[in-house]
Design a protein around this ligand. Sequence first.
Ligand SMILES: CC(C)(COP(=O)(O)OP(=O)(O)OC[C@H]1O[C@@H](n2cnc3c(N)ncnc32)[C@H](O)[C@@H]1OP(=O)(O)O)[C@@H](O)C(=O)NCCC(=O)NCCS
Length: 255
Amino acid sequence: MSTTRHTIVTMDERPDLIDPAQNLPSAAWPTFMMQDKIVERHWMKIYDQYPEYQFALLESDTQRIVAMGNSVPLEWRGDPKELPAGGIDWILPAVFENPPPSGDTCRCLFALQIVVDPGLRGRALSGAAVQAMLSIGRNRGCRSLFAPVRPNQKHMYPLTPIERYIRWTTDEGLPFDAWMRVHARLGAEVVGVCEESMRISGTVAEWEDWTGLTIPESGEYIVPLALTPVLFDKEKDEGLYIEPNVWMHHIIKPD
Ligand SMILES: CC(C)(COP(=O)(O)OP(=O)(O)OC[C@H]1O[C@@H](n2cnc3c(N)ncnc32)[C@H](O)[C@@H]1OP(=O)(O)O)[C@@H](O)C(=O)NCCC(=O)NCCS
């Protein structure tokens, strides 16, 4: 598949690109975001079992990776009203451990992440990456793309409840949040909040290591790049971050 300036390659075609593509998220995410135990348990299975849904966007001239994306298919009833409070931490076990009951289901695509090369941000590559994900889903008979979207400016408003934040709009009536806006411009609708998309827990010492902060006493702390405060309990020696995301739904129309 190819657009004028970019080529979409999937990892079944180019397994040699799995490692270089994975370097993008490793560089993009803050350390604490890489500590979700459910994600850790399942991540490499997405490449083993569904390489055709993992992609890189290559610059056609240079063949360098400019963006990458991960998604997984799931036979599911496809009713946005039934989306759970879990996001990423629901999708992976649903795909690899406890599939939803079969019956009146259709093939849906669930987004896991899209990452643009940090040196190439602000050049409208993210929309091209979402379109790549949609076109992979379309080619494989998926009728919907459900994305637990991480509102990428929410970290600047960590005290605002996500239910309020996602209702903020621009003068044009589009979402205030830039990453939600990319999805909305491509036709996606907000269909709910996943309050517990990811659960990240660690000892106080681990959190101090991940964030560079010192945590002198129990309480809620604002951690850079976290979307909500992180709760620390010194007696239990635990820091707990529950990341909320917003479910957005793209209907995938056949060609
Ligand atoms: C989120 C991400 C994919 C956006 O990619 P991008 O290529 O930088 O974004 P684009 O150039 O396509 O711009 C998309 C929108 O974001 C806005 N934007 C881009 N950089 C911005 C910045 N630094 N601050 C505020 N808005 C910004 C753009 O103006 C555009 O919005 P508009 O056209 O409606 O005004 C990219 O920043 C990224 O990879 N982030 C790390 C991983 C991540 O958060 N992924 C998404 C969740 S899985």
